[in-house]
Design a protein around this ligand. Sequence first.
Ligand code: HEM
Length: 196
Amino acid sequence: MAAKEIPGYAYGDKQLATAPYTLKDLEALKATVLFTDKDAKWLRISRKVLEPHAEEILDTWYGFVGSTPHLLHYFSNDKGKVDSNYLARVRARFIQWIYDTADAKYDQSWLDYQYEIGIRHHRLGKNKTDNAKAVEHIPFRYVVALTYPVTATLKPFLERSTYSPEEVNAMHQAWIKSVLMQTILWSYPYTKQGDF
Ligand code: HEM
C-alpha cells in the first residue's frame, strides 16, 4: 500500500504539531547513543533486506504482543475484548514504520512524526486516530521495554541476506540505536514539563 493511502498515517502531514525538540537536539541524541552516518547507511541498506519480509516481521511482533496478556490489554476495551480492527489499522502503519526507520531521513517531518507517535501511545492521543474504544493509555515502561524484543527478533530477518555476519551486525546495531532514539523521543508527553 502506498504510504499516503494508509489510514491514519501522518508522516509529512502539514497539520502535525511541530516537535518540541529540534534537529540540533536530535544530533546530540545521536551522538549520545553513538549513532553515526555509518549507522544511517546500514539502516538504508537494511530496507531492501527487510522489505520482502515485512508481513512476517509483523507476524512475529504481533505474535509476541498477542501472546502477552498485559500488552494485548492495550488493544482491548475495558471488558477485555480485543479490537481486531484497531490491531489491523495499527499494523499497516507499523509496516510503514519499518520503512521509515530504515530510510533514516531524520528531517523535520520525521521529528514531528516522532512527537505524534509518542502522543499516540499516551492518553493525549491514543485511540483517536482509529476511533478505537481501547484502554486509554500505554505506560511508558512498556514502550522502552519493547525496544528489546522488537530489535532482537529482527536479527534473523537481517540474516536472510547475502551480507556477511559483520555487515548483518552493523545493520542490527543501527536498528537498536534508532529504535532506542525513537522511544526516547516518544517519551516527551510522558515526562514532566522541563524534564525531557
Ligand atoms: C502504535 C511502534 C511500543 C501499543 C504504534 C505505531 C508504531 C508503533 C510504529 C503506529 C504509529 C502511527 O500511528 O503511525 C512501537 C514501537 C514500540 C512500541 C517501535 C517500542 C519499541 C508499544 C507498546 C505497546 C504499544 C509497549 C503496548 C501494547 C501500540 C498501540 C498503538 C501503537 C495500541 C496504536 C496507538 C493509537 O491509538 O494510535 N506503535 N510501539 N506500542 N502501539 Fe506501539
